[in-house]
Design a protein around this ligand. Structure first.
Ligand code: AMP
Length: 130
């Protein structure tokens, strides 16, 4: 069965899109730890990030770098934290999280809530700079 992220890639499920090209997609995490918490995925469905073939894997990180550079201009932060977990959704993804302190990346913290309009506004502001 297709992962939820493949269903987003195929347009079956909506997302707050930040950027995409032929191979990659970046969109806001729906349960963000911080404003601007973004997921970057390969469109090709591969469960584990280190099983992605080399060129696509390098491309994923280059794409994430471009998104991170836009993110840090829009969301006040010290830098963009990066993590890969993948225990919930079996489709490789990189979390990009704007950080003011190291505790901002603690996944045990309660998640933020935004209205659809707020999510869209955040995504649009970042998207303009990618
Ligand atoms: P993990 O697989 O542990 O890295 O976590 C998966 C992440 O995907 C979590 O932070 C979820 O909030 C996020 N997530 C799950 N479904 C969606 C969705 N439909 N749109 C955006 N983010 C999602």
């Amino acid at each position: 069965m297709a992962t939820i992220f493949t269903r987003i890639v195929q347009g079956e499920i909506p997302c707050y899109k930040i950027a995409e090209d032929d191979n990659f997609l970046a969109f806001l995490d729906i349960n963000p730890l911080q404003e601007g918490h973004t997921l970057v995925i390969p469109k090709k469905e591969v469960n584990y990030i280190f099983d992605i073939e080399d060129d696509l894997h390098a491309g994923l990180w280059n794409f994430a770098k471009k998104v991170a550079k836009a993110l840090e201009k829009v969301i006040p932060c010290q830098r963009i934290g990066v993590t890969v977990i993948g225990l919930e959704v079996p489709h490789a993804h990189i979390h990009l999280i704007p950080l003011k302190t190291m505790f901002d990346m603690d996944f045990k913290r309660s998640k933020l809530t935004f209205t659809p309009e707020e999510f869209k506004s955040i995504a649009d502001r970042i998207a303009k700079l990618v």
